[in-house]
Design a protein around this ligand. Structure first.
Ligand SMILES: [Cu+2]
Length: 112
């Protein structure tokens, strides 16, 4: 009877260790990969507005490096969903902004 109890204890301990290792792996994965769906990371950048398309809501911005995405400076399109925000933009205007990735688009969410 005592032997069985010890065997149980060993087994139970082993599975706890296994579970902890699994959790540790998941934690490690979280550190290197993108956050889970639903969690949006806001990336911060500085840039100059190059073109504005009021109809489509796309704005071409020559932006500086984006550390959170390991992006070098470049010129690219961002989507601006908020009409009021679009009205605040002008070609050659220097902006300090926050954006998130939504599907294939990078969407400006904040103007500082
Ligand atoms: Cu870019």
């Amino acid at each position: 009877m005592k032997k069985i109890a010890i065997a149980w204890l060993v087994l139970a301990t082993a599975s706890v260790v296994f579970a902890q290792e699994k959790m540790g792996d998941m934690k490690g994965m979280g550190m290197t990969s993108k956050p889970a769906a639903g969690a949006q990371t806001t990336h911060e950048a500085k840039g100059t507005v190059k073109k504005i398309n009021m109809k489509t809501g796309y704005v071409m911005i020559e932006h500086g490096p984006v550390n959170s995405l390991s992006w070098p400076p470049m010129t690219m399109s961002f989507k601006v969903k908020d009409k009021a925000m679009l009205d605040k933009l002008a070609v050659d205007k220097k902006i300090d902004f926050g954006f998130v990735k939504e599907g294939d688009d990078y969407v400006v969410k904040k103007l500082h």
